[in-house]
Design a protein around this ligand. Sequence first.
Ligand SMILES: Cc1ncc(COP(=O)(O)O)c(C=O)c1O
Length: 388
Amino acid sequence: MKHDSNTNLVRGGLNRSQFNETSEALFLTSGFVYKSAQQAEAIFKGSKKGFQYSRYSNPTVEIFEKRLALLDGSEDCFATASGMAAIFFSLMCQLRAGDHIVSSSALFGSCKEIVKNILPRYGIEVTFIDGKNINEWKKAVKKNTKIFFFETPSNPLLELIDIRAVCNIAKKNKIITVVDNIFASPVLQKPILMGADVIVYSGTKHIDGQGRVLGGAILSSKKFKENVLKSFLRHTGPAMSPFNAWVLLKGLETIKLRVEAQSHAALEIAQFLNKHSKVEEVFYPFLKNSSQYQLAKKQQTMGGTILSFKIKGKKKEAFKFINKLKIFDISNNLGDTKSIVTHPTTTTHRILMEKERLELGITENLIRLSIGLETVSDLRKDIETALK
Ligand SMILES: Cc1ncc(COP(=O)(O)O)c(C=O)c1O
């Protein structure tokens, strides 16, 4: 029977053991035992179903993969140890020396490091473009282009890329589109339904959402997982720990409630900052004066839990504001139930060259806020006091 998506968040993929536990069982085991040498042979050959080794697959991890795939709308999923493992392997599993990849330049610092510095070491050619400009995607296509890669909204400036438009260009040129959907989460945006081929997540962010474990996931069609991903991942080993999968399963049960409540609060905070005299500019796609408001409405159901703003002044003023906050934690994670403040220039995007950072608009007065589940009026008062 096909269930509603909310039901799937608590029951999707459920595979009870012989003990009929209510909560999902945690199979904290690296390996599995076979009844006979013949059974081991059959399972390794694939003629019989069964778990072999937790680097390949594990019952708890499998429940997580099935549940996340139901939420994302993708056919299949491979869970990884972190979001960065998901990003790296989603690209590496498809590429070989001599291939070309086109990437939006507005990327999270570690993602930029992979595309800009690591892939070229293996003979992969890279072109960075302004992903907002659809013509740039068209113009960048070469005979050897294999992948289009981007994040939307981007970290930290919440820039949006028109997923449908980019995927259309990709399809016409037989290019695989890989979308980092970490900022919006699968609750607010479903790139797979807009033509994307591969979606990547950091489970560390909204999926856990409670600051406990690292995790990641690569979602795709069954065919892509079977033919491109599976062997590459099984033999290189970025597998998710069963314990982390179990924690993340609990996160999935409440992700919709959390992300929607946090997004309501984030919009309220963005609107408040938008009118404040000490604020130069606010970046949040669901603000009506945002140049990307129409696109945001087209591809996201809400604006998301994260916003950024430029405080009037320089690094000194930004640091003063950050240090004055009483509720917000100074940290670099996001999508957490606890509100977090980040200074991207000196932390998450420190790895970028200054010129590159400034070209992207990541200035020293830029502050990123991840809005949690505290009472919004408390958060607003905290910000108001710190701005004073
Ligand atoms: C857009 C984006 N992609 C990828 C990642 C990496 O995720 P993880 O920290 O789980 O490796 C992050 C983390 O901040 C991110 O913001």
